[in-house]
Each structure stands twice: as C-alpha cells, then as structure tokens.
Design a protein around this ligand. Structure first.
Ligand code: 2B7
Length: 654
C-alpha cells in the first residue's frame, strides 16, 4: 500500500475485499470456530425466514466436497432489480456489505448475528458460493467465486460468475445456499458434525415447531447420515431435556410468555430435587452464558412474585423478611429466551446481554405472567411446594454462611490444606502463571518434576473430589480437595468469588484419557460451573490433552492425540514402527509429560467454554445422579465424548 496521501492513491476498501483483509473483524476468528460461524450466518437467515412465519423447514447438508448448504422453504431471496443499484436482489444481498434490512424493512429483524451482512461475509470468505432462489414459480440461480485476478494478482472476493440466471420453472419455494469455505483463510476447513448437530438441536428447541434436519453426506455409516430436530413443545421440551436425568418435583413445566414494546420473552421452568440453579438464557437465539439484563429482569420478577405469594398464603408473616431470590431458585432449571430489537452483546466472551431497556420489559412480562400462574387454582400445590422448598433453602443458606464465616475466621480456607500438596510456581505474575490440576499422586509427581517451575504450579488431586452439584456450599467447603483448589486459586467462591485475586490465568485440568479421567474432569468443570462461573466465562479454564499413542521408528518419535492422528502418523512413517498406547498420565516419565502435555510450544490445550461446562453438568448428573439407567447408556457412549465430540476441531486454543 502507498504511504502518500494523494487522494488518488487512497485505497478505499470497498466491498468484500475488506472482509478478506480482516476476517477477524467480521467473524471473530479464522479458527474452526470461525469456520462454523460461516454456517451459522447462513442458518440464521433461514431461521429468520421461519420465525417471520414464511418457512417451517430448514435442511443443513455437509457435503463430501467440503462445502455446506442450507435450504429453507420460505419465500426465496428476492430476484427483481434493485431500484437504485440496478442489480438483482440476490446480487445485492450476497455482494454488498450492508444489504441487510433493505428487503425486510417492515419486518422486525431479530437476528443475533451480523444483521444480514452475514450472507456477503460468507461469500467473501468462500472459494465459491451458489444461491438458488425458488420464487414465483421460477428457479433462479447465481454463482460467486473468489479467485486470483490475473491482472492485479490479488483475489477478487465473491465475484459473480455472471448475472442472475433463470434456470427454469418450479413449484418449489425457498432458498438454497451452498458454499465452500476458503482454505486460504481458514486453518481448518472441516465441519464437525457433532458441533453442528448440537447447535441445530438448540435452535430447534428455541424455535418451536421448526423442522431442522442435518444431512452428513460424509458419514460412512448410513444410520448417521441424517438427524432430524423437531420440538413441538419448544423450550418446554428443552427444560425437560435438561432435566432428563434429574428428578423433577413435578412433571409440570411452568411456561410464561409475553411482549412489551419490541421485546418478546419466553420462559420455561421446572423444579428438581437438586440444590443447584440451572439457568439457560438466550437473546435472539444466541446463548448468553454471562447473563445480562434479561436475566436480571427475570430474577427480579420471579423473586417478587413468589415473595408476594408467600405472604398471601401466610408462609411469610408480616414481621418476616423476604426470602432471597436464590432461595426460590434452588433446584430450578429454567430456559429464558428473549427476542430483542438491536441486541448488544457484552463481556469477555460477548455472552452478556447489555440492552438496559430489556430489564424492565422482561420484569413486566414475567411479573404479569407469573401472577396469573400463581392465581390459577390448579397451580396451588406446586406453588406451595416451591415456597416450602425456598423456606428450607433459606435456613440451609444461613447455616452455610455461618459455616463459611467460621471456616474463614479459623483461617481454614486460606491456609491449612495446601501444605505439602501444591507445588507453587516461582514467578508471581498471575498473567504468566499456570496451575495444572493433576489426577493422582503418581502423575502429580511426574508433573512436578517435568514442569517449568518458573511459571507452572501443580496441584495433585487424590482420588475423586465430590460432586459439587449434589451438595450445598457448606459440604463443598468441608471437602479437602476442593478447599485446596480454592486456596490455590486465591479467588474464594460463590458470592465472594473475585476474579481479580486469581493467581493463575491458565487453570489446566489434566486427567487420564479414560472413564475415570473424564469423570474427574466433569466433576471439576461442574464445580467451576457452579461456584466460579466467571473463571470459565473469562476464559481461564483449559483441558490439557495428553497423547494417546507414541509411534517410534528409529530415532523418530511422534505422539498422536487421537485415532485419526494415529492413522495419519502410521501412514507417514511406513512399516516397522513400534506403537505404545498410553493408558494414563502415570505411564509417562517427567520429560515425556513435559514434551507432550505441558510444554507451551508443543502441547495442545482446549479452552473450556460455558457450553462445555453445561454439557459437563448434564454428564455429571448422568454419572452421579439419582437415575441408574442413563448412566449405563452414558458409559457406553463415553469413548466418543472423550475424544471426538469434545476435542476435534478445537485444538487451536494455544
Ligand atoms: C437480510 C437478508 C439476508 N431475504 C429476503 C427474503 C427472503 C429470504 C431472504 C432467505 C439461508 C439459506 C437457505 C423478503 C434477507 C434476504 O429478503 S434470505 N429468505 N433465506 C435464507 O437466506 N436462507 C424476502 C421479503 C419478501 N420476499 C423475500
């Protein structure tokens, strides 16, 4: 680029080239996450068409050539000429960065993504893209490519191969978009079926009555080719699904909905015998793991309505204080979803809804709906048991608070349990320091010897820590393994958690690649999820990946971290190698453990997201919960969970 300010030389970044120059600005990252983001942008448009009432079916296909396509049976992208640009609607939408809104100015656009610029961003970051619009009995088609311009040597981003073409007549209605993510932009161009399925399932819960199917043309096993997601009950089904392996207080799900100005709010609530509170909130179909104004409004209304009710039925007397919100939420699983006009996502991971006008809107909607619900005769029994549970929770919380204060007064929490366990780091800068939580004393020993003690600390765990979900705070604090961990991190927990005093910016869970290891990992994640949520949302929690195999031939040693890698490695080295399968961390000597798992320049870490933690929560419930049957299912599914679903495509955390 020229350095002179000659007007003629100023390069105006027009159109899609800007996107290729700074893809991160549009999709956040060019890692596997960014790749999937492309697909979500297109899926978003299909979902918008459905939630506006024009489509009831979405099909996502992962093709064998590496491309992905999305179909919806809506109105079809407009094909007529744009009044001022004099090109077809299709061309405007897929080649102009600010094409959103033009075609649907009279609809509310509740999309959470890039507001319609998404489609052109996807085009800019694809090798090619095709758009088929089935509309007014016509089938129209347009193709775009991103290829090197022989004159300039630069890549022309998302250029039409030709004008919009009428291919023929049709009785079909809808839009089909297919694209091949550009391998010159993305580090990894493989779509991961489990990741796509998880999100489509979530979208099907959030969009009641919408059929979403996922076709994986790459699947070897014909049974795995197609999955259909459909939920007649919407978020009511979602809550039941989240509680599948818990014991609900009643089969009933409390369903509340309403609208204020431009904010639409829906909530589904079911109580379980657990103590923990499970809130899953969304704004415009985007998960808000960090909460925000909708959650605040919901909680305020919920607490008020139930306190009013408790007074009305005489559980609270005039002289009594109100019960706290968290008392009413003990054992509650709730899915809360809002549609908001212009959502502002804030926070470390953009997982918090910032719009201040949403709080009073949600508070009013939930307040009204809940008052109606509490008025209804047939809900009295459940309402009474919720209030009764809250009163008990209140007593227990008081007892726990006293226990914590006592523990603190005796300085138990801050010092004692660490002696002889934690191998601290020599450096004292939290931003450089790492804490490895290691399963078992023998692996802990290896890690202590293998580490770089300037910035790495080791905390070995003896045996399994208890399952935090099933316990109240006082019992968690009575557990020595958890106390050591809390002390080591320096943050305290629950209400008194402070991220500022965190002593290690990377907290790395290191456990064996077997069932026990997965179990311990899930328990730790559940503990963080319950008592130190911010540690996860701020991105401090990681899972270390020890290799599964060691392939040696002559003086070459290659480590493989999953079966796929092993396959590749074996092909590469050819015949005559020796293969070692690691059954646990304990089988590695200190220097091997350093090389493969701890050395920042070689290791692979997976950063834990709040979705992983929620998943871990479900999993812990399955493993330790009240129900025996699902546990067996889970254990047979386990191997998959451990490697494929969770690690694949996300090794880029480092
Ligand atoms: C904001 C832009 C992207 N658009 C329309 C109309 C229908 C429509 C779309 C779509 C993804 C893959 C299959 C409006 C909206 C552009 O303007 S995008 N359907 N489906 C989609 O992209 N699916 C539309 C008003 C009247 N007629 C059609």
């Amino acid at each position: 680029m020229s350095n002179t300010y000659d007007a003629g030389n100023i390069q105006v970044l027009e159109g899609l080239e800007a996107v290729r120059m700074r893809p991160g600005m549009y999709i956040g990252t060019t890692s596997s996450r960014g790749l999937h983001h492309l697909l979500w942008e297109i899926v978003d448009n299909a979902i918008d068409e459905a939630s506006n009432g024009y489509a009831d079916r979405v099909i996502v296909t992962l093709h064998s050539d590496g491309s992905a396509s999305v179909f919806d049976n809506g109105r079809g992208v407009p094909v007529d000429e744009h009044p001022t640009l004099h090109i077809s609607g299709v061309e405007v939408i897929y080649t102009r960065l600010h094409a959103g809104g033009k075609f649907n100015s009279d609809n509310y656009n509740y999309s959470g993504g890039l507001h319609g610029v998404g489609a052109s961003v996807v085009n800019a970051l694809s090798r090619w893209m095709t758009v088929d619009s089935y509309r007014d009995w016509g089938h129209y088609r347009m193709r775009f490519t991103s290829e090197e311009n022989p004159l300039t040597g630069k890549i022309d981003a998302g250029k039409p191969d030709g004008p919009l073409e009428k291919v023929g007549n049709t009785r079909k209605r809808g839009t089909l978009v297919r694209f091949l993510p550009d391998d010159r932009i993305f580090e990894d161009t493989e779509f991961h079926t489990s990741q796509v399925a998880r999100r489509l399932q979530e979208l099907s819960f959030l969009n009641q009555g919408l059929y979403i199917s996922l076709v994986d043309e790459r699947a070897k096993n014909p049974e795995e080719r197609e999955q259909v997601f459909y939920h007649e009950g919407g978020i009511i089904d979602y809550v039941k699904y989240m509680n599948e392996n818990k014991t609900p207080l009643t089969e009933d799900v409390i369903y509340l909905e309403g609208k204020r100005d431009t904010t639409i709010c829906r909530a589904a609530i079911q109580y379980t015998t657990d103590y923990a509170e499970n809130m899953f909130s969304y704004a415009n179909n985007i998960p808000t793991g960090e909460g925000g104004s909708h959650e605040t409004g919901f909680k305020a209304a919920f607490t008020k309505a139930f306190n009013d009710y408790a007074r009305k039925v005489g559980v609270l007397k005039e002289k009594d204080n109100n019960l706290a919100g968290e008392d009413f939420r003990e054992g509650l699983t709730c899915v809360l979803t809002v549609l908001v006009k212009d959502p502002q996502f804030e926070g470390q991971t953009k997982g918090r809804l910032g719009n201040s006008e949403v709080r009073p809107a949600v508070e009013a909607i939930i307040g009204d709906a809940l008052a109606d619900w509490l008025d209804n005769l047939k809900n009295q029994e459940l309402a009474a048991s919720i209030v009764g549970k809250a009163a008990k929770a209140h007593q227990a919380r008081e007892a726990a608070r006293k226990a914590r204060d006592n523990a603190r007064a005796a300085n138990k929490l801050e010092a004692a349990p660490l002696v002889g366990k934690l191998a601290a780091a020599r450096g004292h800068k939290p931003e450089d320091n790492e804490l490895f939580i290691v399963e078992g004393d023998s692996a802990g020993g290896s890690a202590k010897q293998g580490r770089d003690s300037r910035f790495q600390a080791i905390l070995p765990l003896r045996g399994k820590p208890l399952n935090a979900e099933k316990k109240r705070l006082d019992q968690v604090l009575a557990n020595e393994e958890f106390r050591s961990l809390i002390t080591a991190l320096g943050t305290s927990i629950d209400d008194s958690f402070t991220l500022k005093s965190l002593k290690y910016y990377k907290v790395i869970i290191l456990s064996d690649a077997d069932q026990d290891g997965a179990h311990i990992r899930a328990i730790l994640l559940t503990f963080f999820f319950r008592y130190m949520k911010e540690l996860i949302t701020a991105g401090h929690v990681y899972i270390g990946m020890p290799p599964l195999y060691r392939v040696a031939k002559g003086s070459t040693v290659i480590y493989a971290y999953d079966d796929k890698e092993l396959e590749k490695t074996v092909k590469k080295v050819g015949k005559g190698y020796t293969l070692q399968r690691y059954k646990g961390l304990g089988e590695m000597n200190p220097s091997q453990l350093w090389e493969t798992t701890m050395d920042p320049s070689q290791r692979k870490l997976m950063q834990v997201t709040i979705e992983d933690a929620a998943e871990a929560d479900r999993m812990v419930t399955i493993l330790m919960g009240d129900k025996v049957e699902p546990r067996r299912d889970y254990i047979s599914l386990y191997a998959d969970f451990n490697r494929q679903d969770h690690f694949e495509g996300r090794k880029e955390a480092e």
